[in-house]
Design a protein around this ligand. Structure first.
Ligand SMILES: *[C@@H]1O[C@H](CO)[C@@H](O)[C@H](O)[C@H]1NC(C)=O
Length: 338
């Protein structure tokens, strides 16, 4: 008779110990977890910060920290270089759904004005071990120059229900292993690009807002193992597009001749041109050594005659999360978003 309460107590102990670090997938999270550093734009209280950058600047360099951001549009450029593990969470009524995000960080800066792609980034990550949840990041510069929303350099970077908005070169995924789960990524030209990173974009929406190539991978040599995989996702025309993009969008073009990109188990809407992929340019095709792969995609954009430098494969071998991110990927990717 006494065994039942003991067992119950034991079960709840085990549950709370194992459940604490993970988020319940469809839960809301509208108040700060205990111990979090708090960002609140309006009605900032004692001990809180009114900007994201001020909260980051308050942290020591090495310990593990969490920042919680209350709803609002934060007009600032954010740069993170501290070495300690960092989790940043936006307030949301549904952690699983990017559309429910209530926190936006935005800034308008072109690469031409900033001096480099990275320097133009609204949110710049130069560190390992970052988890970012339920935040929208926008570079509002618009057309006319590269203008990066997220610039990501680092090992074991996880982005969960994050929205990235730009026009040319929205996401600079440049170094390290990076996971994007349930994200929304919008742009027109080369809007998922970088040189050395291995990235796995999973259960996400890729939305074109203008004509052009979605990806531009630019490994700098044959031994540079950069790889972009878009898996179990949807490629659509953004509702913000001002004219029909039917047939005007390509899965990728090679920034360098060793570009390596795969779309796997993904629905490709009619915006995708029947050729699927394109050369970098007529004078510099860069197609000699590319690995442009499609596996088991669906939708009207998955049909058509592809160029000889692209491949349609039957198996996703080489393009799974473990292949892209390494066998230890489950130790740092939040499995609620897999
Ligand atoms: C192929 O894609 C469909 C969705 O269109 C999915 O149901 C199926 O499991 C995929 N097959 C493999 C082998 O992954």
């Amino acid at each position: 008779m006494r065994l039942v309460p003991v067992l119950l107590a034991l079960t709840s102990l085990i549950w709370s110990a194992s459940a604490t670090p993970l988020l319940a997938k469809r839960a809301s999270r509208t108040s700060p977890p205990s111990g979090a550093v708090v960002v609140r734009q309006s009605g900032t209280q004692s001990g809180e910060f009114s900007t994201v950058q001020a909260a980051i600047n308050s942290l020591d360099s090495t310990s593990s920290k969490t920042i919680f951001i209350f709803p609002g549009t934060y007009n600032e450029q954010v740069s993170i270089t501290r070495t300690g593990p960092l989790t940043i969470m936006g307030s949301t009524t549904n952690t699983a759904d990017q559309k429910a995000n209530s926190v936006t960080i935005q800034h308008s800066l072109s690469a031409a004005a900033a001096g480099s792609d990275d320097a133009s980034g609204t949110f710049r990550v130069h560190k390992d071990n970052l988890k970012l949840y339920n935040v929208n990041i926008k570079n509002t510069f618009g057309q006319g120059s590269q203008a990066i929303a997220l610039s990501a350099y680092g090992e074991d970077l996880g982005f969960y229900a994050v929205g990235l908005y730009g026009y040319q070169d929205t996401l600079l995924a440049n170094e390290g292993h990076q996971f994007y789960g349930s994200c929304y990524i919008e742009g027109a030209v080369d809007y998922i690009f970088g040189q050395h990173a291995r990235i796995f974009i999973h259960k996400s929406t890729i939305a074109s807002v203008g004509a052009g190539a979605i990806t531009a991978d630019g490994p700098t040599s044959a031994s540079d193992n950069s790889l972009f995989v878009i898996d179990s996702s949807s490629v659509i025309q953004s509702s913000a597009a001002t004219s029909s993009l039917t047939g005007k969008v390509f899965l990728g073009r090679p920034w360098q001749q060793w570009a390596r990109v795969a779309f796997v188990n993904t629905n490709l809407d009619s915006l995708i041109n029947s050729a699927g992929w394109e050369e970098w340019s007529a004078s510099m095709p860069n197609t000699e050594d590319v690995e442009f792969v499609e596996v088991n995609n669906s939708g009207p954009g998955s049909e058509g005659t592809r160029p000889s430098f692209a491949q349609q494969l039957d198996s996703d071998a080489g393009f799974t999360a473990a292949d892209v991110l390494g066998d230890d990927w489950t130790s740092w990717v939040d499995q609620q978003y897999v």
